[in-house]
Write a protein that binds this ligand. Structure first.
Ligand SMILES: [Zn+2]
Length: 185
C-alpha cells in the first residue's frame, strides 16, 4: 500500500467512526425520547386508574345512588301531578325507584360492615393502626380441674392495649376520632 491509499483509508475509517458515533448518539437520543414518552404514558395511565379507583369507592357509589333516588323521586312527583301522564310510565318509574332504593340500602349496609371491620383494626380513641393482635390460651385450675382460658390481646401504634376487652395501656394518640370514640373504661 502506498501512502495515498493509507491516507484515504484513514480518512474513510475516521468518517465511518464519526458517522457511527453520531448514529449511536441519534439512536440514544431517540431511545431516551422513547423512554420518556413511555414513562409519561405510564404515569398518565396510573393517574387514570387512580381517578377511577377513587370514583368507584363505595362512598361515591352510595352517594351517586342516593342522588339517583332523589332524581327519581322528583321525576315521579312531576309525573304524578301531571294528569295526562302515562300511567304505565309512572309505574315504570316507581319500579325503578324501588330498585334503586334497594341497591342503595344494600350498599350502605356493605359500607357500614366494611367500616366496622376496619374499626376493629384501628384504635377506638385516635384511629392509630393495630400493631399487635395475639390470641393465646392459658391453662388454669378451676374447681380442682384444669381448663383452657382464651385470651385476646390487641395493641395499637399509639400504645393503647386491650386484653380481653379490658384496657391495659391508655391511648397516647393525638388524633381524635370524633363520634366513634369510645369512653375509657
Ligand atoms: Zn390510640
Amino acid at each position: 500500500m502506498n501512502n495515498e491509499v493509507i491516507f484515504w483509508t484513514q480518512v474513510a475509517s475516521t468518517v465511518a467512526f464519526v458517522l457511527s458515533v453520531f448514529g449511536l448518539y441519534r439512536l440514544l437520543v431517540d431511545q431516551k425520547d422513547a423512554t420518556i414518552q413511555l414513562l409519561k404514558e405510564t404515569v398518565s395511565t396510573l393517574k387514570d386508574q387512580l381517578a377511577e379507583a377513587r370514583s368507584s369507592t363505595p362512598d361515591v357509589l352510595a352517594q351517586s345512588l342516593s342522588n339517583r333516588v332523589k332524581l327519581l323521586e322528583v321525576e315521579l312527583e312531576r309525573l304524578s301531578s301531571d294528569k295526562d301522564a302515562n300511567q304505565e310510565l309512572v309505574h315504570e318509574k316507581e319500579e325503578e325507584l324501588r330498585a334503586t332504593r334497594q341497591k342503595a340500602e344494600e350498599l350502605t349496609k356493605q359500607v357500614l360492615l366494611a367500616q366496622e371491620m376496619l374499626n376493629d383494626f384501628l384504635c377506638p380513641h385516635c384511629g392509630a393502626p393495630l400493631a399487635v393482635r395475639e390470641y393465646h390460651s392459658e391453662m388454669v385450675e378451676y374447681q380442682g380441674r384444669e381448663i383452657d382460658v382464651d385470651h385476646d390481646y390487641s395493641e395499637y401504634e399509639c400504645g393503647y392495649a386491650v386484653l380481653d376487652g379490658k384496657q391495659r395501656h391508655p391511648c397516647r394518640g393525638k388524633r381524635p376520632r370524633g363520634k366513634s370514640a369510645v369512653a375509657d373504661t
